[in-house]
Design a protein around this ligand. Sequence first.
Ligand SMILES: NC(=O)c1ccc[n+]([C@@H]2O[C@H](COP(=O)([O-])OP(=O)(O)OC[C@H]3O[C@@H](n4cnc5c(N)ncnc54)[C@H](OP(=O)(O)O)[C@@H]3O)[C@@H](O)[C@H]2O)c1
Length: 276
Amino acid sequence: MKNLKIGFIGGGNMGGAMIEALWRAQSNEAGTVRNSAEDERKFDGGSEAHGAENLAQTDKNASSHECEKKTKFEIIACARSKNEALRQRFGVKIAASKTDLAREADAVVLATKPASYEAILRLIAPELAGKILLLLAPGFDINRARQIVGEGVYIARAMPNIAASIGASTTALCFDAGFSESRKETVREIIAKIGKIYEIDEAGFAAFTGISGSLPAYACAFIEAAADAGVRGGLPRQLCYDAVCAAIEGTARLIQSGKHPAALKDEVCSPAGTTI
Ligand SMILES: NC(=O)c1ccc[n+]([C@@H]2O[C@H](COP(=O)([O-])OP(=O)(O)OC[C@H]3O[C@@H](n4cnc5c(N)ncnc54)[C@H](OP(=O)(O)O)[C@@H]3O)[C@@H](O)[C@H]2O)c1
């Protein structure tokens, strides 16, 4: 069993989602996961300060070989107004400053908005030698980060989506040159906790942001509009959300099983039928 300290600078929508997924995965492995994902989404500042204990446990059922390969993550955060909620909810250790966090962590995840990337990277650069730096922002590439932090830092870039919190993100990932295979594996192990990984060239990141990072917003706009139509027709709202989501899931599964979207659409659109 390896130990890895992951430091999150920022713990908002995305940083919080990734922390939740890591916490959930480790709780799962320790056999202490709870059922209601939605309840757990709420940073309600309640009395659930048990995340740290969960992180400290090991998977008693795993074979010793699996155990050796697994990484035990310790999560550290520096996330301004979110610090207390993250500490209470997930047992995250809070660093006194971004510099302290970078000094202590083995891997630093930059989970703030891109506008603050440059200033934060300048601040923590002296602490990053030999460490992994994971960038999440669109429009801030590895080369730009490299110019600020210099050589000797292992920079990777990921583009997740908000379903990370339940381990259902579709995440693009790429590595700068110089990553050893074992360091790549470490990053893959982190990203696998938040869902499916697509290793692509960095040049594809802008397009991937459109088809995955941003996509939940478009999907939600569609789902809400479709459900509104159901409500207008007299159906209960909750039933509408559930039915629309199930219909989308079924359609997605058909496409994933090999159907062409255009052909599937035509199959639903009988001439002079209701759909067309
Ligand atoms: N949201 C998504 O669905 C999504 C999807 C893909 C990629 N991303 C990327 O993920 C990154 C984070 O986005 P987000 O949606 O999570 O943003 P967010 O909800 O606004 O969270 C940003 C977090 O960073 C903290 N923060 C901001 N400036 C800071 C500073 N100087 N020092 C320390 N902490 C600081 C914020 O603290 P306060 O709350 O106190 O301001 C907050 O915890 C962005 O680069 C975004 O493009 C997001």
